[in-house]
Design a protein around this ligand. Structure first.
Ligand SMILES: [Fe+2]
Length: 221
């Protein structure tokens, strides 16, 4: 059994969600995508006397990783990042531990399955726990991440979303890297029902995801 603590970290124009996962029986903690708000993370860990064992990175974009180094210096956790992501972008961190698709990590008594979900970046990943899915910029409540950077692919993104549909059960809570109105933690079934990106066939998805008339990064329709 574990808890998820949400940290809404703002450094405009960025609004990111960082999550602290706490394995209740051991008080071991992991942080997902630490960014922007160092004090919010460290004060939570320190006040609860939690032992930071791991950092889980969904991808290597700056707004998801910019507190890795200070947290490593302070707590010496392992930093889990997909092997593809590390190698493609040359992500450098002495504490990095690369994982491959379907690797299972343990945080105390909580098991964490790594799902490679390329599309937003070459080696993006989601982390699946019993009852929770951390999606980074692969899946938001409102849409999915852009597929414009080097290594990104809208075709891969479609396949990754299909993979999530196959592997994630309806009652799993979804914790994305960003959210634009809807608080994190909606059920996977609710996200699927609401998210128009999950209702297109592959060719229409790619055409829609790569459309050039999107009004803003966060205007999903
Ligand atoms: Fe990103």
């Amino acid at each position: 059994v574990y808890e998820v603590h949400l940290i809404r970290a703002v450094s405009l124009p960025f609004i990111n969600y960082t999550y602290v996962i706490v394995d209740n029986s051991t008080q071991m903690a992991a942080v997902v995508d630490p960014a922007w708000d160092d004090r919010a993370i460290t004060s939570y860990l320190d006040e609860r006397h939690l032992s930071l064992q791991a950092i889980f990175l969904t991808h290597s974009h700056f707004d998801h990783v910019n507190l890795v180094d200070p947290l490593v210096a302070r707590y010496h956790p392992r930093v889990y990042i997909s092997r593809t992501e590390r190698d493609f972008y040359g992500f450098e961190c002495a504490a990095a531990v690369p994982f491959d698709d379907l690797a299972v990590l343990n945080l105390g008594e909580t098991s964490v399955t790594c799902l490679l979900t390329p599309g937003h970046t070459a080696g993006s990943a989601c982390f699946l726990l019993p009852g929770a899915l951390f999606t980074g910029d692969t899946l938001f409540f409102e849409g999915c991440g852009v597929c414009t950077d080097a290594g990104a692919s809208a075709y891969d993104m479609f396949d990754s979303l299909e993979k999530l549909k196959r592997r994630v059960t309806p009652g799993v809570a979804v914790y994305p890297g960003h959210s634009y109105g809807q608080p994190p933690g909606a059920l996977f079934s609710e996200v699927m029902a609401h998210n128009i990106y999950c209702h297109l066939d592959r060719e229409r998805f790619v055409a829609f995801r790569t459309r050039t008339m999107q009004r803003g990064l966060y205007e999903f329709r």
